[in-house]
Design a protein around this ligand. Structure first.
Ligand code: NAD
Length: 357
């Protein structure tokens, strides 16, 4: 399916306000479209943008690190639109009732430089991360995989599960988290949605019989959620929790036995599982698998590993998708964020609109 952008020329009056999608309107949007439909649509938008990878401006995200976490800006442009996301990652936040990850994002026109959409992206990040994971798994996971181990049952996990079902046909989830309350939450949330749910007491138990293993934990350290002896032949690992320097999930020996697939190597070498490996450690760029330039999975015994850190183009695809959807699902407010003087050179004169009469 093609996912064309809206490129019609703007009238100045259209640019005085930008569309703003609040958290409440994003929730309405998800219900109006249907979450699994939305995840499938997002996966198609992301795949389309991976297919035209070479058209994009690309840069590793701009990160500001602290001992507690990271704040990042993620910009990109395809020459017609420009997008960026502001996102944080603070694993200790949940202890004080705050989320590990929150985000908002913006889409602007390149021809005028005017922004046209500002949106919450905490929900949209969970959706696009899940859609990316499942889109990648649809290329790399063993065909007919029905069972996924889900290690780390926090904020991202239900979205991951639903995307893997919508796009790859997963029907059984084997769940593990160091905090049993997180697993109970997933069981509560997904209990009536038709999954076969298996809470597990250890990560070893969780991966039994699973052909897809998702690790989505949050801890700012070199963690070993999976050790080498736990991973058998013929599985696909979707490792998405390790996404900044000093924060990984897999023992390095797993990487040497796997074929590793990444989004954008200059960013993944800083942030991904492969930060543990030498700089020339071989990886395959996912966009090249999608265009058919290089093979993905080549045999049943291969271990494929998606070292997913989240890249700006995925957010751009999500912003583009949301902008297109607002036409039929108008859950937005108009936001007065752009100054619009009657004479573009008389910005000072515009002040009079709000001054004393
Ligand atoms: P969260 O804090 O809501 O959930 C993380 C869960 O991991 C918690 O339930 C915690 O108990 C569990 N956990 C921690 N250590 C564990 C261990 N050793 N074994 C098992 N479980 C463990 O966080 P979230 O929003 O679900 O995000 C999870 C991770 O994914 C974060 O590190 C985040 O930065 C990352 N993330 C990556 C992307 C991407 O594009 N790759 C996108 C969003 C989030």
């Amino acid at each position: 399916m093609s996912t064309p952008s809206d490129t019609s020329a703007p009238a100045p009056s259209d640019l005085a306000y930008i569309r703003f999608v609040s958290v409440e309107n994003m929730m309405k949007q998800v219900h109006s479209i249907g979450i699994e439909t939305m995840l499938g649509d997002l996966a198609r938008y992301i795949e389309d943008d991976f297919r035209r990878w070479e058209q994009f401006d690309k840069t590793p995200r701009v990160a500001s690190h602290s001992t507690e976490g990271v704040i990042e800006l993620m910009p990109t442009s395809d020459g017609e639109d420009y997008g960026f996301k502001y996102v944080n990652g603070h694993p200790k936040n949940t202890k004080v009732g705050l989320q590990t990850v929150t985000a908002f994002g913006l889409l602007a026109r390149v021809d005028t430089g005017y922004p046209e959409l500002l949106t919450e992206m905490t929900l949209l990040t969970a959706l696009r991360t899940a859609a990316t994971s499942a889109m990648v798994a649809s290329h790399l996971a063993p065909k007919g995989s029905k069972v996924m181990a889900m290690i780390g049952n926090g904020a991202q996990s239900e979205f991951q599960a639903l995307a893997m079902r919508a796009i790859c046909g997963i029907d059984t989830l084997r769940l593990y988290d160091i905090d049993r309350a997180a697993t109970d939450k997933v069981v509560r949330n997904l209990g009536r949605l038709g999954f076969d749910l298996v809470p597990c007491a250890t990560p070893e138990e969780a991966i039994e019989g699973a052909r897809i293993i998702t690790t989505c934990t949050a801890d700012k350290q070199y963690a070993t959620i999976l050790t080498d002896n736990m991973v058998g032949a013929g599985v696909h690992i979707n490792a998405i929790g390790g996404d900044c320097p000093g924060k990984t999930e897999l023992h390095r020996d797993i990487l040497t036995r796997s074929d590793v697939f990444v989004e954008y190597p200059p960013q993944t070498r800083i942030e991904g599982e492969i930060q543990q490996m030498p700089e020339d450690f071989p990886v395959t760029e996912m966009w090249q698998v999608i265009t058919g330039a290089v093979p993905g999975r080549t045999n049943d015994r291969q271990i494929t590993l998606f070292d997913g850190v989240g890249f700006a183009i995925e957010d751009f695809s999500a912003l583009r998708y949301l902008r297109d959807k607002l036409r039929d699902h108008p859950f937005f407010q108009e936001l007065d964020i752009i100054a619009d003087p009657d004479d573009p050179r008389d910005l000072f004169g515009m002040l009079g609109r709000a001054g004393p009469r």
